[in-house]
Unconditional design. Sequence first.
Length: 404
Amino acid sequence: MQITGDLAQRIVNVAMAVVHRNVNLMDGRGVIVGSGHPRRIGTLHAGALRAAQTGETVEIFPDDVGRYPGALEGINMPIPIGGRVVAVVGVYGDPPATRDTARLVRTIAEHILERERRYTEAGPQARLREEFFGYLTDHSGIEIPPEARQMAASLGFALEPRRAVLMASLGIATGTGPLPAEYRLPAIAASRLGEIESMLRSQSLLRKTDFVAASDRRLAVLLTADADGDVLARGDAVRRGLAQFLDLPVICGLGGIAAPEALPVSRRQAEFAAARCTPRRQIASIHETAILLDYLRGKGMGDEGRIAARPVLDRLDALCGAEPQLRATLAAVLAENLDRSAAALRLGVHRNTLSYRLDRIAAATGLRPCRSFDDAILVWLLLARPPEPPPPETRTAGRSKVRP
């Protein structure tokens, strides 16, 4: 296993944040490739070279420093992988007082190197999935990129179902805030992708048409929409399954349900929602009223806004389509600044009738504009939205079209 400078420095940074001592990482030739003292990188550490050659720990006391050019007092412990020493960790300090610290540093380094090895050996399938997810969710066009279509065929991925993007960050602290990136074991999502997906499917947390990939040190899941369009409960079940399986804190953001060509929107919404997670809220959905309103302030009720608001929008449209007087009721309440008595007078109905209608709206949509100012703003946005464009033809150029 070859240890790059970036990997070596990542290990050093993690270890130093834990032990608060200077740490060096040397390769199998005794050359320093990562250090808390950058000026030493690239120099020979004779103590590490001896540890690499003998496979034994080398302790350097103050009186021994002259015998080991390029070394300071401290402990140097070899790290064997596959029957040969691939690295040596060095911790500065008086050897008797530093032994336990050096063992901890070696454990940290071994753990990170093992994760890196797993990632390297993850195989072309994991990398193909990551690349495919990127093509599918990170384009700016209005159609699915041809590269994504080709890769979907090779992966056996059905493009047609509408899906929501779930972005899971692994190893995020739930106490004082996010951990530094170095603490999130490098590429853990990719290194254990096969195990993770097998676990999720064995516990029936994924449907046959769902998709899992690694993406920028995170885990991405494409959740196929159910008949009722609610994927939040499934997303939270996936989050809890991941946290238990990996024994790590996990936070997730969930985007709106979108047609395949609009999945970049769902991904952006998932990332927007994830940024609003808190220690007590470990999954956040773009459909939550406070998050949705924050999102709509920047996006409005265009195509992206409608994807974010689709669940409540569909419920409201279905209700008002069946009972047109309820739309007029909401409009009157807004026009009268949420004053129920004034709204009833405007409508020419008894106040109890108005209350009954508002209860009907709350039961069907969850919206209570007279009790929640956020709900009132959301109702105003939904009623004032521009007309939706006519639905596209069922088939265009041989491709199925699905509304956002």
